[in-house]
Design a protein around this ligand. Structure first.
Ligand code: FES
Length: 163
């Protein structure tokens, strides 16, 4: 191989590495923009940011806690038959909070905040209870209005809706 060919091969490798780098930057940027778009896209009917039909009354027995993914909330039916809808967002720094059935509490995976069934803080750095959305019951169906989440200092029965 001549010196000229070697130099040409080196440039080709450099070009290849440059293109590979550019491709990875483009892929990463595309992924990031896709995620951002999902987050800021206008809300479609029936999804988070609007009125969500969670299901029929019979689907939620007293004592149940159900994640309604499209609305990003947990629908709790309390023992007295009333409903409260809790935003799945941690009030510390905004992580998604899962309901941990074995622990009988919401347990944020980010910094360990704990919330009871009513969304009240029982541990960790969260500064206030989980925010809630209004629940509307109409013709045997449960609707949750996710246009606006309400902050609170503590649980109060006025935050619930009776069937
Ligand atoms: S975001 Fe949940 S504890 Fe920090």
């Amino acid at each position: 191989m001549t010196e000229k060919n070697e130099k040409k091969n080196k440039i080709d490798r450099r070009q290849f590495l440059g293109l590979a780098w550019l491709a990875s930057v483009v892929a990463f940027t595309g992924e990031a923009l896709g995620t951002l778009f999902k987050f800021i896209q206008p809300v479609s009917d029936g999804g988070f940011g609007g009125m969500v039909n969670a299901g029929t009354l019979e689907e939620f027995p007293p004592g149940s806690i159900t994640l309604i993914k499209e609305g990003r909330f947990f629908l709790s039916r309390l023992d007295d038959g009333s409903f409260i809808a809790l935003w799945q967002r941690c009030t510390h720094l905004g992580c998604s909070v899962p309901w941990e059935e074995e622990e009988d509490q919401y347990h944020c995976p980010c910094h360990g905040s704990l919330f009871d069934k009513l969304g009240e803080v029982t541990g960790g750095p969260a500064p206030r209870p989980m925010d809630y959305f209004p629940v509307i019951i109409e013709a045997g169906e449960v609707f949750v209005n996710t246009e606006e989440a309400f902050e609170r200092k503590a649980f109060d029965p006025s935050q619930t809706t009776h069937a």
